[in-house]
Design a protein around this ligand. Structure first.
Ligand code: TRP
Ligand code: SF4
Length: 337
């Protein structure tokens, strides 16, 4: 047990997860469950979600359960992966207070991920960003170090957060003595999935996503609205699947030999876009069917959901408490014991 490497990942529960997450982080987390050298933790980051949704607590609360359902439905197995809730680990908040002395405001302002996000959230923050939001890298450093997460599988956009965490760890250890473990980011090899509209990113705010929980009708409707080769008007116009999002998604959901045929027919003007989209919708529905069935199983058992989250959180909290004890000792704050 002791020599197992801990991995920590997580999501802000601000919406349901979509097929971009599925091909990215989710499949990766399921695959990691086969690796016996790892001890896995997945955190539902509701405290972090509040940093940009402090005015909408109901949204965060609802999505805690949606994200939990997403996890379970794709096969994240609570026997193999500890799923826990950030807000129920008070040690995480406590660590933030101590770490906040080890990071300057200028350094936070330079964090490229935070910078980009602030620019996107002008409407929420206006001219001046909150203390909580600008400080969320400190919160993320507390998440990672509380569990001595050695490996943090992330997408590229999260790298500056891991780097900032490493700096905090080094600073802490140099002042208070060797206490915290420096994490390593593991860049997931999975590529980012484009949106139905051709946008580089699939996202809830962009309205171009297919959610794991979408109904068959919703999936079909979204696929029918996907961007195709705009040069094709009539069925016998020669098409270019390289600039068609339907062809792009066929690559993800359709058997390779069928994809080859689809592209050939498209180029030859021997394939109608409507039929092509219908086939894609059918294949997506087929792929998501077992996931949807599993979701339904858990949806019908709210007490089981509660139990999974509660037990996972209890297990995670034990570890956070141990780290807290070490931190307080190192900082000479170990009173009354
Ligand atoms: N920042 C991540 C996101 O935006 C969520 C997250 C919070 C996280 N704490 C973490 C990820 C710790 C990895 C490790 O979804
Ligand atoms: Fe895209 Fe299919 Fe139409 Fe070709 S036939 S443009 S691949 S939808």
């Amino acid at each position: 047990m002791a020599d197992k490497k801990r991995t920590l990942t997580g999501d802000r529960p601000t919406g349901r997860l979509h097929i971009g997450h599925y091909f990215g982080s989710l499949q990766n987390r399921v695959k990691m469950q086969e690796d016996d050298s790892l001890e896995r933790f997945v955190m539902i980051a509701d405290v972090q979600a509040l940093t940009d949704n402090f005015n909408n607590p109901q949204k965060v609360r609802d999505n805690v359960y949606q994200v939990l359902l997403d996890y379970l439905s794709v096969g994240i197995d609570p026997e193999k992966t500890t799923i826990f809730l950030q807000s129920m680990i008070p040690e995480l908040a406590e660590l933030i207070v101590y770490y906040s002395n080890l990071v300057t405001i200028a350094r936070l302002e330079r964090n490229p991920t935070v910078k980009t996000e602030i620019a996107q959230k002008k409407e929420l923050f206006g001219e001046s960003v909150t203390y909580g939001f600008i400080g969320y890298p400190v919160s993320q450093a507390s998440d990672i170090t509380a569990f001595e997460g050695e490996l943090v599988p992330v997408g590229e956009d999260q790298l500056p957060l891991i780097e900032q965490c490493r700096e905090i760890v080094r600073k802490f250890n140099s002042i208070y003595g060797e206490t915290l473990k420096e994490p390593k980011a593991v860049l997931s090899s999975n590529k980012r999935i484009k949106g139905l509209d051709g946008n580089d990113k699939m996202g809830k705010s962009l309205g171009n996503a297919i959610y794991l929980s979408d109904s068959e009708e919703e999936i079909t409707k979204k696929v029918m609205g996907a961007l195709t080769d705009p040069g094709r008007i009539k069925k016998d116009d020669l098409g270019n699947p390289d600039i068609c999002m339907v062809a792009y998604y066929h690559n993800l959901f359709t058997k390779p030999e069928d994809v080859k045929k689809i592209c050939e027919e498209c180029r030859a003007g021997a394939r109608g876009c409507v039929a092509c989209k219908r086939e894609l919708a059918k294949n997506i529905i087929e792929e998501l069917r077992p996931i949807k069935e599993k979701r339904k199983y858990y949806e019908e058992r709210p007490e089981l959901l509660e139990k999974i989250l509660k037990e996972g959180t209890e297990k995670a909290r034990k570890i956070a408490k141990e780290t807290m004890k070490k931190v307080k000792e190192a900082m000479k704050l170990n009173y009354f014991e």
